[in-house]
Design a protein around this ligand. Structure first.
Ligand code: FE
Length: 200
């Protein structure tokens, strides 16, 4: 079974004015699709061919890892955002953990914003849960992803490759990151991931 490109969970213009339709269409239909296609080309006729994407990400390396990691990360990124997102997480276990580990949602957003803005070159900024139950902010390079390493469960991600923001913000990554933090974060998705990780 080839891996599939999951549908974008909203329309191309759903995140405007923060992320324009042209960005979303190119990012999803060209960049994300190409990562999925290249993963499928690489696994065709090999022992990876019928493996789930998560297993390929965890166990591959080199060009296959790069394309598989990017395939997984983008699907997670689309779900990390929502039209009318942003604000604060709903009252509940995730909000309690944020208060415990960061002091406030504002402090978490400041740390996540710094990780996303200051990450050198291409990569991803993440909110993740450590096995011991502590929340962490981190960034990863290129296609790297917390699911490849096993110690962290991702809750949210922000794509900081230039293709994620260049049409809308040119070189001003910080403005894109601020829009992501204030208007796009899908806290319900983070909460869902937090509850699932806490049960496992
Ligand atoms: Fe991307």
């Amino acid at each position: 079974m080839p891996i599939t490109l999951p549908p974008l969970p909203y329309s191309y213009d759903a995140l405007e004015p923060h992320i324009g339709a042209a960005t979303l269409e190119t990012h999803y239909d060209k960049h994300h699709r190409a990562y999925v296609d290249k993963t499928n080309q690489a696994i065709a006729g090999t022992s990876w061919e019928n493996e789930p994407l998560e297993k390929i990400v965890r166990e591959s390396e080199g060009p296959l890892f790069n394309n598989a990691g990017q395939s997984w990360n983008h699907t997670f990124y689309w779900r990390s955002m929502a039209p009318s997102g942003g604000g604060s997480p709903p009252a509940g276990p995730l909000a309690d953990a944020i208060a415990r580990d960061f002091g406030s949602v504002e402090e978490l957003k400041r740390e996540l914003g710094q990780a996303a803005t200051n990450h050198f070159a291409s990569g991803w900024a993440w909110l993740a849960l450590e096995r011991g139950g502590k929340l962490r902010v981190l960034s990863t390079h290129d296609a790297d992803t917390p699911i490849a390493h096993g110690e962290l469960v991702p809750l949210l991600t922000c794509d900081v490759w230039e293709h994620a923001y260049y049409l809308d913000y040119r070189n001003q990554r910080a403005k894109y990151v601020t829009a992501y933090l204030d208007h796009l974060i899908n806290w319900s998705f983070a909460e869902e991931n937090f509850r699932a990780a806490s049960r496992s």
